[in-house]
Design a protein around this ligand. Structure first.
Ligand code: FAD
Length: 368
């Protein structure tokens, strides 16, 4: 190694990497954590909703909380909203959230380098960073998002991805629901309006093949909501990004003597229907960091146990979402989804959760 005595290299300082760096450093490992961004969490590429449970487990949520969410309102085509009561969570300032997680990693003793990219990974695990550092860590944690370079190096890369576009607009009146818009023209995705105090995130996710429709569909929805006086005309910010929708790609591998662990989006730990990935990123990152430290302390089984525990925790919900997504996309191949198919493909409806024998038989299994 040159320039560092790190035993654990964490690539990416989103929620997964920051949680991993904190956990590994807390358990006594020498951790170097890098991110190519110059400022943690900026630009924000997120609709910024987290479930209530994450707030209970993670102090960074209170540092970044903007408002609470109490219900979900789902609009199927132009019909009136179906209300899901007791859908509780928080809207956060995602940049503040990521910064709070990184501050905790630093406080635990992790060395953090921003504006520093992972440039290359050799087959023996040697990593070359953009600042010239070369190191062969004992554990390499890939928390580098949907297009993970670490994942690619071990042949575990996300192949199915959703394209998104989001604007931030004014919200004339306080609002406590997350609005979901299901329409056949939003192929393989949906649109959302998430309130955040005096503004709201209005966005859309769609299949990559329909990427050209992102802007016109979002403009149309903005105009509709504007006409209904639900949002203002001014666009304060634009963002977008990729969301993995293909399920878990893999969690543990080896490059020479280097143990490789993937966490968060890099591992495909995102719900393929909702696109929610912050909670699994934090939890899997924490688990990966703990496994890295346990491995350094002599527990040779720790990487495999991490992989198994993460599959046990996230696998069932991801497998169900994959099944629903596959069925929804199959409906497009016929004559397009009707209202029943749209409902069966969304978490607000009983049909999504019902496991009839026929559904169980068709369920997509996670790869071992
Ligand atoms: C538009 C949009 C809206 C979303 N809304 C929500 C939502 O409301 N709720 C929710 O739960 N999820 C949402 N998600 C998903 C959520 O943002 C992700 O699941 C979450 O950010 C995953 O965290 P992560 O740490 O795994 O990856 P990321 O947050 O993507 O972090 C990866 C980090 O790795 C860094 N990196 C990448 N390559 C390198 C490299 N070679 N060298 C160094 N650093 C590198 C990046 O700069 C980045 O900081 C949304 C996603 C999008 C795109």
């Amino acid at each position: 190694m040159t320039g560092t005595k790190a035993q654990v290299l964490v690539v990416g300082l989103g929620p997964a990497g920051a949680a991993a760096a904190e956990a590994a450093a807390t358990a006594g490992a020498h951790v170097l954590a890098i991110d190519r961004r110059a400022q943690v969490g900026v630009p924000v590429q997120c609709a910024e909703f987290v479930p209530m449970m994450l707030g209970v487990e993670t102090a960074a949520v209170s540092a970044a909380r903007v408002q609470d969410i109490s219900t979900m309102a789902t609009y199927v085509r132009e019909a009136a909203a179906d209300i899901t009561p007791d859908f509780r969570g928080h809207m956060i300032d995602r940049a503040a959230f990521d910064a709070a997680l990184v501050a905790r990693a630093r406080a635990a003793g992790a060395e953090v380098r921003l504006a520093t990219s992972l440039r290359a990974i050799a087959p023996d695990g040697t990593c070359t960073l953009s600042d010239g550092t070369r190191l062969t860590p004992r554990v390499l944690i890939g928390a580098d998002g949907p297009r993970s370079r670490v994942g690619q190096a071990v042949g575990m890369a996300n192949r199915d991805l959703m394209e998104t576009r989001q604007i931030t607009v004014d919200l004339p009146a306080p609002y406590e629901a997350t609005d979901i818009f299901l329409r056949p023209e939003i192929e393989g995705g949906y649109a959302w309006l998430f309130p955040k105090g005096k503004v709201a995130n209005l966005g859309l996710g769609i299949l990559p093949a329909r990427k050209a429709m992102l802007k016109p569909l979002l403009d149309e929805l903005h105009a509709e909501l504007l006409a209904a006086r639900r949002v203002g005309p001014k666009i304060h910010a634009h963002t977008g990004g990729l969301i993995p929708t293909g399920g878990i790609v893999g969690l543990a591998a080896q490059l020479g003597e280097t143990q490789v662990l993937l966490a968060g989006d890099a591992a495909g730990l995102v719900n393929p229907i909702t696109g929610a990935g912050i909670n699994p990123a934090v939890l899997s990152g924490r688990m990966a960091g703990q496994a890295a430290a346990a491995f350094l302390h002599g527990d040779a089984q720790a990487p495999e146990e991490y992989a198994q525990e993460a599959r046990d925790l996230f696998g069932p919900s991801i497998a169900l979402a994959l099944t629903r997504r596959r069925d929804l996309l199959a409906a497009y191949a016929l004559c397009g989804p009707d209202d029943a198919a749209l409902r069966r493909g969304w978490i607000a409806y009983d049909q999504y959760w019902s496991r009839t024998p026929a559904n169980a038989l068709s369920e997509v299994k996670e790869p071992a």
